[in-house]
Write a new protein. Structure first.
Lengths: 270, 585
């Protein structure tokens, strides 16, 4: 299971725990670490894996990191390609995994709206949106040849609100970054950028304390926060119900060019 | 432009969450021809119900491809992929989500061009309602008719027929009425479910969210009101229990649970349960969940079932209530939608995926092809991409199924080409009443063999056998059936067992035949359903028919055999044991 530490992964993990209860989850968790994740995410990840007794595999593209890959130098597209997509494909190949669960939802982004629940990937890990298997009822075709793989998205039909609602009902722990508190941030136009991992400051920029929270979690340089005082799950839900902006809006990588998520997915990104 | 009211600030979040939890979910499909405004309609539903966000709207406003003359091209909110943005058509099924204070909705949006049938069927397979779009200027084009046909074939119980672009025909009632009348006739021929006709303009918003003042002659609901008020089909708790096993949970020697989804019916601890295909029976010991043990599990809940006895159950097996077993057969008749460039080929191996089991299957007969536009059936020797036909399929092991019209979960299947791993067809199983030529011949042969022509009388047979003929109908319990045969034989009875996989629909005829010959016939198929049992009872006569449900009998085969013998004695079929001994038979 691709475990990204975010709220969707937390829900997916709980669903797996429930499905196999009272047995343990019979597959390992895989985290693709770019080394630019928030410290609180990593702490949460290690604590969670330990508490539920799951096997955790952490994979980094060490070579790219040694060569100094970072979003400031390479730009976000290239950085994502190396530290996330390449790293993920390598990790799946190393583990010999022919199927991987992911927490992606169709309501997140337009090209994901056409994603299958069982998404076939060729031997290079790539997605062909024009050649997808039709999916009828709950009858999923999991047949693959050697080297090919399936990505499985159990939360396909969940919305962001469904996810928070479930977290509330089930009392599922999530990374504290989702809850509002005063954080040191760089204010750049409408964006709030974390000071963790020392991003480059533009002339005249000073970190300030801002009451804010993360709506989705990624790498610190590329994940903006939103101004908010929602410090509990019910308050987050209340905020979402009134919200008119999508959750990936603060994800710089989705907006670097038109159709950019689709390009990443074709290459093998989740 | 009519916009929904701004959301009221959420003051009482607990009340909101409580309300949200009670909301029903309606899944519906849309389909239409290229220019009939389907994407615009969806864009408007999403936008006006706040199912899209401001930044997504802004991205569309900024898009170089914004083709509309108005401020926003709503269709760009839904056309997801680059290729289709470039071509201006949607190329696949896209799923969209929105909610109103009354309901949650999932839209399966399917394109309106040559891949239409395949994608439409995909979207329709899980839908409870279909919106069929008709361009008011053109009337119902073949694609609208095709959409209604596929929706009906895939068992969608309700249709909304949205007559769109009413603004381009000056909102004229006669235009709407003419389309209404013509298309109603088509729906009737199809045997479609309930249909609601609504005159709309997706572009300008008339009758989409609210009733429009520009159609004062229309007295029905707006499209959204209709979506919020049509009955939801969920639960299926009245139906027989069907629990296809997905996975066996065995964390240690002390626990064995069968995990899966209750696809129909209700299961409770203490219920008598039969496992298929073994036909072995037991009782539900407990229903285990993360939260603790449950008093019941009902469709569509996932559940983990523990049984009192250790049966050999694995993935692909099905747990059912013995008195309401599904059909069991290696041969099914089905409608199929062909979804592959490679045409249907007879007598070559496909994989069939049905519930949680996957078997090798061959299509033995292509009965006919259905012209999706005219609905005419025609003889055919092949079925190509996007064509619909009726076939006979033979599997290597029995399928346990219901007809698709009575149970979507156990009546549906997909076919996979083992060479390419592609999903090549979707199938809907028909109620097995119309028999195949071979099946009918076999059954007729049995009927012809009735011993009416015999010159022996029942009295003569009784005098020879020392007992009357009878039919003992056991659900499962194969071991018991053979033990009973042995015990009866030892008592001097003429007896015969039918305990193997036999086409269940000919069992009543076999019972009649064996009884006519004066024998005690013992049946123990793994999946003899209630209908066959009642036919058999009528066939041999109630006085000669003895059916035992598992809960009626002792779990020990020895004790159960004695119980059955006692029942046969007390009804007078068998003489009492002492009497036989005294006569020295």
């Amino acid at each position: 299971m691709l475990y990204s530490i975010g709220k969707d992964s937390s829900v997916m993990l709980r669903l797996a725990q429930k499905a196999f209860h009272p047995g343990r989850i019979p597959f390992p968790l895989l985290h693709v670490d770019t080394s630019f994740k928030f410290r609180e995410m990593i702490e949460f990840r290690d604590r969670t894996a330990c508490e539920i007794g799951a096997t955790l595999i952490v994979h980094r593209n060490e070579r790219a990191l040694e060569e100094g890959a970072n979003p400031f130098r390479l730009g976000t597209q290239k950085c994502c390609g190396l530290l996330k997509t390449r790293s993920l494909l390598d990790a799946l190949a190393e583990g010999g995994f022919d199927a991987a669960f992911g927490g992606a939802r169709r309501d997140e982004e337009k090209s994901r709206a056409k994603e299958r629940v069982y998404s076939f990937r060729d031997a290079a890990g790539q997605w062909d949106p024009k050649n997808q298997r039709p999916e009828l009822w709950n009858l999923f075709n999991s047949r693959i040849d050697k080297g090919e793989s399936i990505r499985v998205f159990p939360l396909s039909n969940w919305t962001e609100l469904d996810v928070w609602h479930y977290i509330h009902l089930e009392n599922i722990p999530v990374v504290p970054l989702y809850f509002a508190k005063l954080r040191e941030m760089i204010v750049r136009g409408d964006s709030l950028i974390s000071t963790e991992h020392d991003p480059l400051l533009l002339p005249g920029e000073e970190p300030q304390l801002v009451m804010c929270r993360m709506r989705s979690l990624g790498c610190t340089p590329c994940t903006g926060a939103v101004r908010s005082d929602a410090d509990t799950v019910p308050k987050i839900i209340a905020e979402l119900v009134g919200m008119r902006r999508s959750e990936r809006e603060n994800r710089i990588i989705d907006h670097d060019q038109e159709g950019s998520m689709e390009l990443k997915k074709r290459e093998g990104y989740f | 432009m009519m916009l929904a009211d701004a959301p009221t600030p959420v003051r009482d979040i607990d009340a909101f969450l409580e309300q949200d939890q009670q909301k029903g979910l309606l899944r519906f499909t849309t389909a239409g021809s290229v220019d009939d405004g389907k994407s615009t309609l969806i864009g408007r539903l999403l936008f006006d119900s706040r199912g899209v966000y401001e930044d997504q709207v802004a991205a569309v406003r900024n898009s170089t491809l914004n083709r509309s003359t108005g401020p926003i091209d709503f269709s760009l909110l839904t056309d997801g992929l680059r290729a289709e943005r470039e071509q201006g058509i949607t190329i696949d099924v896209a799923y969209r989500y929105f909610a109103t204070p009354k309901r949650k909705f999932i839209i399966a949006d399917t394109p309106g061009h040559e891949q239409y049938t395949r994608n439409m069927a995909t979207g329709a397979s899980t839908a409870g309602l279909a919106i069929v779009l008709i361009d008011a200027r053109n009337g119902a084009l073949p694609q609208s008719r095709r959409h209604a046909f596929i929706a009906t074939l895939l068992g969608i119980p309700r249709l909304i027929v949205a007559v769109n672009k009413m603004d381009l025909v000056e909102f004229r009632q006669d235009v709407f009425e003419r389309i209404h009348e013509e298309f109603s006739g088509h729906l009737k021929r199809l045997g479609a479910g309930e249909a609601y006709f609504i005159p709309i303009s997706a572009l300008e918003g008339d009758n989409v969210i609210r009733r429009s003042p520009r159609t004062p002659w229309y007295e029905g609901q707006s499209l959204l009101d209709r979506l919020e008020s049509v009955p939801l089909e969920d639960g299926h708790t009245e139906q027989p229990l069907r629990f296809p096993v997905q996975y066996v949970i065995r964390p240690g020697a002390s626990f064995r649970g069968y995990a899966g989804q209750v696809v129909s019916g209700i299961i409770r601890p203490g219920d008598a349960i039969m496992a298929l295909p073994s036909g072995r029976t037991s009782r539900v010991k407990s229903i285990v969940a993360w939260e603790g043990e449950l008093p019941e599990a009902f469709a569509p809940m996932p559940a983990t079932i523990c049984l009192e006895d250790e049966l050999d159950v694995s993935r692909g097996d099905m747990l059912v209530h013995p008195a309401r077993a599904p059909h069991a057969s290696r041969r099914v008749e089905a409608s199929v939608v062909w979804m592959s460039d490679q045409p249907l080929l007879l007598d070559r191996p496909y994989l069939i995926k049905h519930t949680t089991q996957q078997l090798t299957a061959t299509i033995t007969t292509l009965r006919h092809r259905v012209d999706v536009d005219t609905l005419a059936t025609e003889a055919a020797d092949r079925l190509g991409l996007n064509e619909v036909g009726s076939v006979e399929i033979e599997t290597t092991r029995p399928l346990f199924f219901d007809s698709y019209t009575s149970n979507r979960a156990t009546g549906s299947f997909i076919l996979i080409d083992p060479a390419t791993n592609a999903t090549v067809a979707a199938g809907m199983i028909q109620e097995p009443h119309r028999e195949s030529g071979a099946g009918r011949a076999a059954r007729d042969a049995v009927l012809d063999l009735e011993f009416q022509a015999s010159r022996l009388t029942p009295a003569e047979r009784f005098a020879r056998a020392g007992h009357y003929p009878a039919t003992v109908w056991l659900t499962a319990r194969q071991d018991l059936a053979y033990l009973l045969e042995r015990r009866l034989f030892q008592r001097g009875c003429l007896v015969h067992v039918i305990a193997e996989e036999v086409e269940s629909r000919i069992l009543p005829e076999i019972a009649g035949l064996l009884n006519a010959a004066g024998l005690v016939a013992v049946f123990s198929g793994s999946a003899m359903d209630a209908a066959e049992r009642e036919r058999a009872r009528t066939r041999v006569g109630a006085a000669r028919f003895f059916a035992f449900d598992p809960q009626d009998l002792a779990t020990s085969d020895e004790q159960a055999a004695e119980q059955i013998c006692a029942a046969l004695e007390s009804s007078g079929v068998l003489p009492r044991l002492g009497f036989i001994d005294a006569e020295g038979i």
